[in-house]
Design a protein. Structure first.
Ligand code: ZN
Length: 281
C-alpha cells in the first residue's frame, strides 16, 4: 500500500513512488538473482568452488542417479587442473558458471584485479561457461556489481544456502531444505571448498548425503534443473543483500595449499552501500 500525504497545493500525492521505482531499477540492473518467480515445480541446485578430482565425480554420480541437472560455479584455478572433468560436467548437461580465478572477496580487491579475475576464470572454462557469476563468499559492493555487469555477467546468488562450508548437522540441513525450497528456488552447495576454517570441513561426504536425500525425497515433486533452465520459467527474483566482508573470518581461512589470501583492511563504510542495502539491492 502506498502512503498518501497531502502536498502543499492540497492535492494528495503518492509518497515513495520514486524511491520504489529507483529501487526496482537498481535491483534489475545490479541486483543478484536469488531465484525465479514461477509456479512450475522447478528448483536449481548449485555447486561452488569445484571442480575437485575426488569429490566432483561422486556428486555427478548422485545427480545422474536421480536424473537431476545442476549448475557448477567453478574456481578457475581448480578448473585449470581438471580440464577433462570440466568437459565431462558440461557433456552431462550441467551448466557451468564463473566463480573467479582464485576466490577473492570482490569488494576487497582492486577494480583491476576484479577485471582480470573473472576473464581468467572464463578463459579456462571456455567454451562451456555460461555468463553467470557467483561472487565468492557472497560478498558484493556497488563497484563489484558494476564490474560484473560491465563484463557481461548475470550475478547469481541463492535463496537456500545449505551452509555446507562448515560443520553441519546433515539431518537438520535436510529438514530445513525440505521445508523451505519452493518453485524457483536456487540452493547453494559446494562440491569443493576453496578455503575453510578447519580441514575437516573440506570433506564433502555430509553435504553430498544431503544432496542425495533431498533428491530422493523431492524428485517426484520438483524437477531439478540448471540455472539457465530455471530462468526460462519466469522473472528472476532479486534482492540479495551482501553481508559486509568479515576480515577476522577471512584472515583465518586455509586452503589445501596452506594459508588463504590475507586482506589488510576493509574499505571504509560507504553511504552508497548503506543506501543500496536499505533498497534491498
Ligand atoms: Zn565459493
Amino acid at each position: 500500500m502506498l502512503a498518501m500525504t497531502v502536498s502543499r497545493k492540497g492535492k494528495p500525492h503518492r509518497r515513495g513512488l520514486l524511491p520504489r521505482l529507483l529501487r526496482l531499477a537498481m535491483r534489475s540492473s545490479v541486483g543478484a538473482i536469488t531465484g525465479v518467480e514461477t509456479t512450475d515445480p522447478v528448483v536449481a541446485l548449485s555447486f561452488d568452488d569445484g571442480p575437485d578430482a575426488v569429490f566432483t565425480p561422486r556428486l555427478l554420480d548422485i545427480l545422474e542417479r536421480h536424473g537431476a541437472r545442476g549448475t557448477f560455479f567453478m574456481v578457475g584455478e581448480a578448473a585449470a587442473r581438471q580440464p577433462e572433468l570440466v568437459r565431462q560436467i558440461a557433456q552431462a548437461g550441467h551448466a557451468i558458471g564463473n566463480h573467479t580465478w582464485d576466490h577473492p572477496s570482490l569488494p576487497l580487491i582492486s577494480r583491476d584485479e576484479r577485471l582480470s579475475q573473472i576473464p581468467a576464470c572464463a578463459h579456462v572454462l571456455a567454451p562451456h561457461e555460461q555468463r553467470l557469476l557467483r561472487p565468492p563468499y557472497g560478498h558484493l559492493s556497488l563497484a563489484a556489481r558494476l564490474d560484473v555487469r560491465r563484463l557481461g555477467y548475470q550475478l547469481v546468488a541463492w535463496d537456500q544456502p545449505a551452509q555446507d562450508w562448515r560443520d553441519i548437522d546433515p539431518t537438520a540441513v535436510l529438514a530445513r531444505l525440505l521445508s523451505n525450497i519452493r518453485p524457483g528456488s536456487i540452493v547453494l552447495f559446494h562440491d569443493r571448498l576453496h578455503a575453510f576454517e578447519d580441514p575437516r570441513f573440506a570433506d564433502r561426504g555430509a553435504a553430498f548425503g544431503v544432496v542425495d536425500a533431498l533428491l530422493a525425497r523431492r524428485a517426484g515433486a520438483f524437477q531439478f534443473v540448471t540455472i539457465p533452465d530455471l530462468l526460462r520459467h519466469g522473472r528472476p527474483r532479486r534482492g540479495y543483500q551482501s553481508a559486509p566482508p568479515d576480515l577476522a573470518f577471512l584472515n583465518q581461512l586455509m586452503t589445501a595449499d596452506g594459508q588463504a589470501r590475507r586482506y589488510p583492511a576493509a574499505p571504509p563504510p560507504s553511504r552508497v552501500e548503506a543506501i543500496l542495502s536499505r533498497m534491498g539491492v
